[in-house]
Ligand binder design. Structure first.
Ligand code: NOJ
Length: 724
């Protein structure tokens, strides 16, 4: 109602301006606010937002601005905010409630800076570790991604409509952006429409239908030759018409211009503007020429005003819902009682702890303080704030800052945490950095070998650093860079017990560590409290319970190694069960598989059964597991359920995740867990692109990880073909 009223009073120029989103952090685009009637700015920090909003209020119709920001693991572009572990790191918790709470906090803090919209969460499926943006994802499983993303979106957008503590979410990058060839960011993606429907669209569908996400961002890339920005089927037919997207579609950075300057599908920028609009984009991020060129297109009669009106209406609707036309125009929660407050930081620590994945332990952990008198701490990431915070924190390239003063007050590195620990445990700590991630020449290997020879324990913090991940930073070589490997080998030569803390943006190829380290803890970019979390795991103050959401390749040539793979590669008869197909010079299994992670507790799966092994159409599958914590430590197990469709009209993965539960069990406790798999999850996309559950036998597999040896198989039979 109010949208239509306002639309009726807007000039053509004012309408086109509403579709513009320009950067506030560089260039002189803020000067254009009044002249171009700009509707949105991104990356607006400090007092800039209030000032711009005041100027917008003084324009003819006073249409408020909407400010977007990449608050993707906390509102990290503000130095007072709470930073969380990266999406990949936090996903190892498999904790939906935690996702919700982190997003609520981010929303409050973002709103306290006068901003209304985050370009988060990332729903890309990370199946190629070479890709620079793996850190931004929830890992490799589409269904898990949808589950975690839906909670995150609900957290950002608030429980009941937008209040002063809620912001718009943006599900990105639409779609299959992680699937570009060779892990090359924003390159071509050759996936089929059936694969899109099977794997890459479902998390977005859940974001729209279940979480009512307020916006989608179109990916940079092209799929099968069609840039996402001009794919009407994706943007309009699927997202808006079929799913009923209530929000709007924003392009990624310069996507419109790139149609002409990078993807060469438009002979000039004007055609790029035309095609972007017609495909269903509602807001154009950072293509300034969109304003004059679209006005020309309208004047020439090449764009019907109804197309513009529809896009403007979608944007205005969200501005109204946010209350920006009313009392919320200048509203921002009080910064001092909101930003980085203790209760928020506590959730960040909780996230760091829950994100820790213990990948290996020969019994050396938890550290026995009585037998550990001298600890040697080494490695580039033992005291590196940025490596701990990861990309899209203030230290990242997007904000142009590279020193580590940002969020320094908040951050506890491993070095700091161990220095504190040395006050309460009887060990002496020696720290030698030893190697750098990027500077190949830097090493103190001789000193390390000598120091390791007299140490009771060596803790090595290895991984990567900002320059090795993020946009423009894909890697062809995933081995430990710099002198990190040589440094670890020096410890081995000294015969010292070695515990590795892996602080990296994504899986690297670390078979040497798997073979030689006594223990391995993976935190990815574990956030400001990652150092504290590593320390708590080392000393058993916290019992790790995280599980990987992404597989670790043994070698870069083994990629892809995602668990939900297909058979057919000269498979032997048994391949269906144990995936025998492989390169002749490479093991068949990843180094560490999706879903894998250890604990200091011992969990026994005492029994597993399905409530009914005959499934009628629309009947859910109910799995019952009796789980026991057979240890004297309280602990957390993430019970996983996978599904295999034995014979189907099209090839299907050897298994795919369809359910899980995070279970906290006290020492000695035994509990029955019920996990319900909605019937719809048995579906596949058939050759005619229909979603169907096909009659026949399925295997439901229950256990501790995606590895066959960790799973119990329960056969079920679906009685009828069912179209969904
Ligand atoms: C480019 C990135 O691909 C996207 O994820 C981000 O939200 C925008 N730039 C805005 O910074």
């Amino acid at each position: 109602m109010r949208v239509q009223d306002l639309l009726g009073r807007m000039t053509v120029e004012e309408k086109v301006g509403q579709l513009m989103q320009l950067p506030a952090h560089f260039g002189d685009y803020t000067d254009k606010l009044e002249e171009w009637h700009i509707g949105s700015f991104l990356h607006c920090t400090g007092d800039n937002a209030v000032n711009l909003q005041r100027r917008a209020a003084e324009t003819r119709l006073g249409i408020p601005l909407i400010f977007g920001i990449d608050a993707i693991h906390g509102h990290c572009f503000d130095n007072d905010s709470t930073v969380f572990p990266t999406q990949l790191s936090a996903s190892s918790s498999w904790d939906k409630d935690l996702m919700y709470r982190m997003a609520r906090i981010t929303a409050k803090e973002t709103r306290a800076s006068g901003l209304h919209w985050t370009f988060s969460p990332v729903l890309c499926v990370a199946r190629d570790a070479r890709w620079g943006r793996v850190n931004e994802t929830y890992g490799e499983d589409p269904w898990l991604i949808g589950e975690l993303a839906a909670e995150t979106i609900k957290g950002y957008q608030g429980p009941q409509g937008y209040d002063g503590e809620s912001i718009l979410a943006c599900a990105k990058h639409y779609v299959a952006y992680g699937e570009t060839l060779g892990g090359r960011d924003s390159y071509e993606c050759d996936t089929s429409r059936r694969k899109l429907l099977s794997l890459f669209l479902p998390p977005f569908e859940k974001a729209v239908k279940e979480a009512n996400v307020a916006s989608l961002m179109t990916g940079y890339h092209a799929i099968d030759g069609i840039p996402c920005t001009v794919d009407k089927w994706l943007l309009t037919d699927v997202a808006k018409t079929q799913w009923g997207l209530d929000g709007f579609v924003v392009t990624d950075w310069e996507n419109v211009r790139s149609l002409h300057t990078k993807q060469y599908v438009c002979a000039d920028e004007k055609e790029a503007c035309l095609r972007s609009l017609l495909a269903g984009n509602d807001m154009m991020m950072s293509t300034p020429e969109f304003y004059p060129l679209t006005l020309e297109l309208i004047a020439e009669g090449r764009v019907d005003m109804s197309v513009v009106d529809e896009a403007v209406a979608r944007v205005l609707k969200k501005k109204f819902e946010l209350g920006l036309f009313d009392e919320m125009r200048f509203f921002a929660p009080d910064r001092s009682s909101t930003m980085g407050i203790q209760s928020h930081l506590n959730v960040s620590l909780e996230a760091s702890l829950k994100s820790m994945v213990l990948l290996q332990n020969n019994g050396i952990l938890p550290i026995d303080p009585n037998r550990t008198r001298k600890v040697l701490l080494i490695g580039p990431n033992a005291d590196d704030v940025i490596a701990q915070l990861g990309d899209w924190s203030f230290g990242s390239m997007q904000a142009g800052a590279t020193n580590d003063t940002y969020h320094r007050d908040q951050t506890v590195t491993v070095l700091q945490a161990l220095r504190n620990a040395a006050q309460s445990y009887p060990f002496a700590l020696e720290y030698i950095k030893g190697a750098d991630c990027v500077d190949d020449g830097f090493s103190e290997i001789v000193q390390i070998e000598a120091a390791a020879a007299t140490a009771d324990l060596v803790i090595a913090c290895v991984g990567d650093t900002l320059a090795q991940n993020g946009e423009f930073h894909d890697r062809a070589d995933l081995t430990l860079s710099g002198q990190q490997q040589a440094m670890l080998e020096a410890v081995k030569r000294a015969n010292a017990p070695l515990v590795v803390a892996f602080i990296a943006s994504k899986p690297l190829t670390i078979p040497w560590i798997a073979e030689n380290a006594d223990a391995l803890i993976c935190g990815f970019n574990p956030g400001p409290f990652g150092g504290e979390a590593v320390k708590q795991v080392l000393f058993g103050e916290y019992n790790p319970g995280g599980k990987l959401t992404v597989s670790f390749p043994v070698h870069v040539g083994q990629i892809p190694v995602y668990y939900n793979k297909y058979t057919g590669w000269h498979a032997q008869n048994s391949a269906r069960l144990n995936g025998e197909e492989r390169y002749i010079d490479m093991p068949k299994d990843p180094l560490f598989s999706f879903g894998y992670g250890l604990s200091y507790s011992t969990f026994n799966y005492l029994s597993a059964q399905v409530q009914s092994d005959v499934i009628e159409p629309m009947q859910d599958v109910v799995v019952m597991v009796t789980l026991e914590n057979d240890s004297d430590r309280d602990g957390t197990e993430i019970v996983q359920v996978y599904l295999r469709d034995l014979y189907s009209s099209v090839t299907t993965p050897i298994k795919r995740l369809c359910g899980f539960e995070r279970v906290e069990l006290a020492a000695g406790e035994r509990r029955e867990i019920r996990i319900t798999i909605p019937f719809e999850q048995l579906a596949l996309i058939d050759a005619n692109l229909n979603k169907v559950v096909e009659a026949g036998e399925f295997h439901v597999m229950v256990g501790a990880s995606s590895r066959d040896e960790a799973l119990v198989t329960l056969p079920i039979r679906v009685t009828h073909d069912t179209a969904l």
